[in-house]
Design a protein around this ligand. Sequence first.
Ligand code: ANZ
Ligand code: ZN
Length: 846
Amino acid sequence: MTYETAAIEAKWQSAWDKADLFRAVRDDRPKYYVLEMFPYPSGRIHIGHVRNYTMGDVIARYKMSCGFSVLHPMGWDAFGMPAENAAMASGGHPKDWTYNNIDVMRGQMKPLGLSIDWSREFATCDPEYYGQQQALFIDMLDAGLVYRKPAIVNWDPVDMTVLANEQVIDGRGWRSGAEVERRELTQWAFAISSMAEDLLDSLATLKDWPEKVRLMQENWIGKSRGLQMTFAMTAPVHGHAGIEIYTTRPDTLRGASFIAIAPEHPLAKALAAENPDLAAFNVDVRKGGTTEEALEKAEKRGFDTGLTVENPLGGTLPIWVANFVLMDYGTGAIFGCPAHDQRDLDFARKYELSVTDTFVALDGGTPVANEAFVPPKTEKVRWIDQPAGVTEATGQEAIDATIDWAEAKGIGTGKTQYRLRDWGLSRQRYWGCPIPVVHCDACGVVPEKKENLPVVLPDDVTFDIPGNPLDRHPTWRDTTCPACGNPARRETDTMDTFVDSSWYFARFTAPHAKTPTDLDEASYWMNVDQYIGGVEHAILHLLYSRFFARAMQKTGHLPQGTEEPFNALFTQGMVTHAIYQTKDDKGRPVYHLPEDVDLETGTVRATGETIEVIPSAKMSKSKKNVVDPMDIIASYGADTARWFVLSDSPPERDVEWTASGAEATHKHLRRVHRLAEDIARADRSDTGADADLARATARAIAEVTQGIEGFAFNKSVAKLYEFTNTLHKSDASAAARRDAMKVLAQLMSPMTPHLAEEIWSMMGGEGFVLTAPWPVADPALLVDDSVTLPIQINGKRKSEITVPKDLPRDQVEALVIQDSAVLKALDGGQPRKLIVVPGRIVNVVV
Ligand code: ANZ
Ligand code: ZN
């Protein structure tokens, strides 16, 4: 028989299904919950998915073999813009587009032979799921964890619609091309910043998370200690007697040359009411979108109010309205310090404001013109007329001293501040979870009654005109008030799709419960023991999930001990592929499909042009370097695809897909298959090599296991190659080789489960290789590597001793004093000195 991948893989997949091996059941085994970040149903699975799910599958299968009751679920992060965009482009319905894609992708995932409990599958756009999300929302509303507040959104003035950040391209609406404006709307927000401190402190407990992810979260939460300080107005205006600013660099106070307030600052608004120029300025500078990037890039612009504040260090400072000051951070007002802040310097140069240094480097180095120099926090510098009186001090010392000084003078207070803002969740879109509240003229905002959930999205909507179709759907939008029964209006905003993915891991523990979770099930299965996904989710998704776990505890939907829902996190690298390119006559790159180039000659087959190879690039359709996992499965089988994505590179790094690598992988698996057939037929008597093979087997078990446990699958794969070679060359007895082959099948089973089952059955293994207990290496067989140490007595070589290589020093010593030559020299006494140089020599002084 040859290695018929299609037949073998289909056979074992249906056998697993029939035996219902992947259903997560509660029993007396310890539990293990492994989860890969669930996919967005974009249309087809890509090779990156294959790598992600294969890694999860290795862990899941390994843990099953180790005797755990494993939960390994899969679902679909199914709401979001692309479905609406597709509907707008092709006239279809987002729901059809989404569920069709799910069917296609599920169909592509099944042939991979993943050990998924499909009975728990759900899509976040299933009313059963989002109805429970609505219930959770209402409970969070009761608990004060979600509230309404004014927020700034991107407004497309031509399409008359709110845009998501990703729909703003270079400051313009993606469809209309119109310059985007910032508008203030009342929006729902989750009170995530109220948990900032806990979300920060608790990062330290996440020992099995990548350091870089913890650091990214820490920076995102952005704790800083600064000074909140009031500058008295020279003359009060509109009831404003002073301007309160927030600074993280109070040490630079002496360099303050102006005050800048946000266009949305109450004083700016009050002044704009009677100053049309300022009103126009305030509107104008809010064009171009709300993204941090847009704000960062925008040119610094200001409006001089003509007003001033008193500077506590003497004189006055002018008050400007500036586009780079944000209303929702700190106090919405700053003092500008051009010498030490680049933004302030650009601003000061533009509007001819003064620039005053507050320190010089100890070596007397002079500041660079037009380049702001932030005082180093940890290095000493010499301060000039520092208000708190410091002379030579680090930035941090000067900051602390200035805060004390301001507090003593009664003009400010030290304040800890977080960069983390509350999470605005309202989206003016159709394809999302409806926010389950009703607006009533008499009662205000009223949550929908739980028995009326889910608030289901209406199907009869059109996407031919811009805006949110829910807004123009009267029979859905118009309803009655759950409190008073009078006519009322449904909230037409839907939830940010990040909400859907912030608690799905908890829902998997009881996917059909009539409440968001079933506490009993959640207590059993939570936490996720191993979470695996892309580093692109290192900040928002993980932070939101950590917030939701806490919120679900507060609202009684998760038990204690789940506030950090992911015990261990692994972020995997990408699968890359070379780009093959030539240049056209204008020097622009032209990309070629792999099948159109001849790699031996390095030319384009059709034209003979020489290609340039850009190695290991991110796959992209436009660069023609995408490999379709379905093609690989069709030509080589799933096991080849699985084995390849695990080999060559550590899982956290990128792995480059190459046709030759795939070919070599397949050849290897075919060889293993043939070897198994040979061994199954073999009937040889003992040759004496059995002990060597047993030792090689023990070492393979130990190293493959270590590789899996330590997320170094590439090392496990490398060891399996080596062990296969050993087995191939071995002239041990038929029985010994059969035993070794069975172990090889077991060790390969997490990576190439179909081939492993096939071999297991060829070897007469009982049941499934998956359910056979994971092999254990005999420790005695692991310490076979021995060394021979010469023994010197009083400097002369008198004897030698052979010991296992890793034998601890004290055990070597114990053996040395029993050596006959040593016993003789000691003559019943104790050695004066006994020195073991591990692996080298033993010196005895008598
Ligand atoms: C004076 C100063 C001098 C500042 C200097 C920086 C450097 P982090 O550290 O990221 O929290 N700031 C405060 N509120 C702001 C707002 N609403 N919009 C825009 N900028 C604002 O940032 C804190 C610093 O950002 C503050 O410290 C303030 O500028 C500015 F050499 O005050 B600083
Ligand atoms: Zn009412």
